[in-house]
Design a binder for this molecule. Structure first.
Ligand code: COA
Length: 373
């Protein structure tokens, strides 16, 4: 088996921002209008959202979005993203390619040295051709490409696959690209979830190196792991089958088929499962959490990450050990933990360990144990 390193990382974060206050003003204006109508029909009023609740419950203050256009408009509450011709670069491939190019620049690696592209995302724009193949063509990579989806654990699953294909010698150099344009699948009229997600794209370049050619300042990937257990507590029913389930097939229904979750049940189930995953995975390598310098956890909820770490360590853990990017970006699905890694590793000393650990829909948990060279 070959040695495997992460030779570059890159992110693409959209400039447009929506604060909690922006979002709540729009949501509550829509609720006021709906409630006028509901009162006339003798229905229970809808409840309003609150910026204080959002920050307190999740840790999120704002999110970067692909576009603000349409999201805050109470007649639409959906981002406006124009359809493109089939021969134009797709929106998701464009987003992913930006992150892929940033990772290649970070590694000073020409794209034609890459022989595998995995587009690993919780949200894929279409069934085929694979977004990964379009990214492969757009950046000028060689070899093969495919898409992979495992909820918010998609990037970690992509690293799991890339690590094993590269260390076995099946591929020399793999890009794991994670474009998460999740605001387009979010129901901005659902009080439980309207505040959760933001958009971001990430990429990691993973390659095999010789024993005596391991570059300082990069991570060696020591091992990767995935765990899954079926749950309906985070679910999207959006599918080509939606059309087949309707009498009127002229309009595709989205209401009820967008993201939904039982947030408090996910919180409890995943906190228990993730802390066990962390402790067990590290134990397989003869390590305890205290011997790991940094944890780049999935960025879904600040309180949840505190709880996971408290259970794993047996005490409170600060942001220097487990950095958060959630306050500024919201939950960017599978991209979040990779953004945290990209922005928080340059201060690590040779020999220090780090753990990428993501969790989400499925349920799914993914991890990669890294050591700074
Ligand atoms: N504004 C104001 N109040 C709200 C609200 C909103 N937008 N949304 C819910 N509430 C209210 C509820 O009605 C409830 O009120 P009640 O106590 O009077 O019944 C109360 O707040 C608590 O609701 P709950 O759903 O239990 O909130 P929570 O503390 O669990 O926080 C999440 C909600 C979504 C932030 C949290 O559950 C979470 O982050 N879960 C994990 C999600 C996750 O990890 N997903 C996987 C990866 S994508």
């Amino acid at each position: 088996m070959k040695r495997v390193i992460i030779s570059g990382s890159g992110v693409s974060i959209p400039e447009a921002v929506i604060t909690n206050e922006d979002l709540v003003d729009s949501f509550n204006a829509w609720v006021d209008r709906e409630n006028g109508d509901r009162a006339a029909r003798g229905l229970e009023p809808l409840q309003k959202s609150s910026a204080d609740f959002i920050h307190h419950a999740s840790g999120i203050r704002r999110r970067h979005v692909h576009t603000r256009e349409g999201i805050l408009d109470i007649d639409r509450m959906t981002p406006r993203i124009a359809a493109r011709d089939d021969d134009a670069l797709s929106v998701l491939a464009e987003f992913g390619a930006a992150a892929a190019r940033a990772a290649l620049a970070d590694a000073s690696m020409p794209a034609d040295e890459v022989d595998l592209v995995i587009c690993a995302s919780s949200h894929l724009q279409r069934l085929y051709p694979s977004i990964g193949i379009e990214i492969q063509q757009e950046i000028g990579a060689r070899g093969a490409a495919f898409d992979l989806s495992l909820g918010c654990s998609s990037a970690a699953a992509g690293v799991h696959v890339a690590f094993n294909l590269v260390r076995s010698g099946a591929h020399r150099r793999a890009l794991v690209v994670t474009p998460e344009l999740i605001t387009a699948h979010l129901n901005f009229r659902d009080r439980q979830t309207h505040f959760i997600f933001g958009d971001a794209a990430t990429a990691l370049l993973i390659e095999a190196v010789e024993e005596d050619d391991r570059p300082a300042g990069r991570f060696e990937v020591l091992d990767t792991r995935n765990w899954t257990q079926f749950s309906n507590n985070i679910r999207s029913n959006f599918s080509y089958l939606n059309r087949a389930a309707q009498e009127d097939v002229s309009v595709i229904a989205t209401e009820g088929n967008l993201i939904k979750q039982q947030g408090n049940r996910v919180f409890k189930d995943v906190t228990v499962a993730s802390h066990r995953f962390i402790v067990d995975f590290l134990a397989e390598h003869g390590r305890t959490p205290d011997t790991v310098r940094r944890f780049w956890l999935h960025q879904a909820n600040a309180r949840m990450n505190q709880m996971i770490l408290k259970l794993a360590f047996g005490r409170e853990i600060g942001h220097d050990t487990a950095p958060m990017v959630l306050e500024e970006l919201g939950n960017t699905a599978a991209a979040g933990a990779v953004v945290a890694l990209h922005q928080n590793h340059k201060d690590m000393a040779p020999g220090e360990y780090g753990l990428l650990c993501t969790y989400g829909a499925g349920y799914s948990i993914g991890g990669a144990l890294l050591r700074m060279i």
